[in-house]
Design a protein around this ligand. Structure first.
Ligand code: C2E
Ligand code: CA
Ligand code: CA
Ligand code: CA
Length: 275
């Protein structure tokens, strides 16, 4: 029994070491990918729910590694935060997305809104406002064509966070609360913040046809958001029935596989041409 215990420990230790090594390797790959700009962006259309026309897109990061394959952004964004690479990553995303927005504008697709996700830790960093200022200046995007999506989790109502929001508003960029409703501060944040959009989380949209409570919650969020002068976006719409229900509930914008998955810039151009 003693031997077994010892072996098991040895086995365990080896596994942990391998894990740590594996992790270290992936982190190294990610660092290189960010430094050498080996990430790419896909874009998911957002539509006006009443007219069905595309009003903008959300930029979503992709990392394809030759050995690891496709890595989920949920994993590599968290990793980038941990290894201190989130700032260069976000800067690359912002510039790439804004340059793409300019290309669409030059091609005649005017007044599209480009939405970029800002991770919580970066949002609270004093570097964010200067970064956004720089990106606007360098790319020439109109501030009103750039939307920043931030999850409500970061929105604590301390004065520093409020100041970041105020500065961003002064720049003229659009602000969106992502994954609205699933965090713990939804209502507290609404009391203090001057944001343009609330993005109702897919979690609620998933059950909207089956669960009467989910429907009531979404309906209430839309009404409350409108009373507070926010526009409402529903995310994760996968069926026509969900779309029709949300349209009936007075939701403003919609996003989801029913309209389009996140696709390449080229494929977005084709969608824009055909609408
Ligand atoms: P998110 O910001 O909530 O983005 C929505 C996610 O839901 C995306 O997954 C999108 O592809 C997926 N989605 C959209 N419509 C549907 C649908 O109808 N059905 C289903 N099943 N899924 C749908 P993705 O691209 O894997 O991104 C996951 C998360 O990773 C994002 O969640 C966001 O938090 C983060 N992320 C992605 N790119 C970036 C980035 O450049 N910067 C930061 N900070 N975070 C990013
Ligand atoms: Ca988002
Ligand atoms: Ca979301
Ligand atoms: Ca989400």
């Amino acid at each position: 029994a003693k031997d077994l215990g010892k072996n098991r420990y040895a086995f365990y230790k080896k596994e942990l070491t391998d894990k740590a090594e594996y992790r270290f390797k992936i982190e190294q790959y990610l660092r290189e990918a960010i430094e050498n700009q080996q990430l790419s962006l896909v874009y998911q259309p957002k539509v006006d729910i009443q007219t069905g026309s595309i009003i903008g897109v959300e930029a979503l990061s992709r990392w394809h590694h030759p050995v690891l394959g496709q890595v989920s952004p949920v994993d590599f964004i968290a990793m980038a935060e941990q290894i201190g690479m989130i700032k260069p990553l976000t800067e690359w995303v912002l510039k790439t997305a804004c340059n793409q927005a300019n290309l669409w504008k030059e091609a005649g697709f005017s007044s599209l809104i480009m939405a970029v996700n800002i991770s919580p830790s970066h949002f609270l960093d004093s570097d964010l406002v200067p970064l956004i200022t720089r990106v606007i200046k360098e790319t020439g995007i109109l501030p009103g064509e750039l939307e920043l999506e931030v999850t409500e989790g970061v929105i604590q109502t301390n004065p520093e966070n409020l100041a970041v929001f105020e500065h961003l508003k002064q720049l003229g960029v659009l602000l969106s609360i992502d994954d609205f409703g699933v965090g713990y501060s939804s209502f507290a944040s609404l009391k203090h913040l001057n944001v343009d959009y609330l993005k109702i989380d897919k979690y609620f949209i998933d059950d909207i046809l089956l669960d009467h409570k989910a429907k009531l919650l979404v309906s209430s969020m839309i009404e409350m958001g409108h009373n507070l002068e926010h526009k409402i976006t529903a995310e994760g719409i996968e069926s026509k029935e969900q779309y029709i229900m949300l349209k009936g509930l007075g939701c403003d914008y919609a996003q989801g596989y029913f309209f389009s998955k996140p696709v390449s810039a080229n494929d977005v151009s084709i969608l824009l041409e055909n609408q």
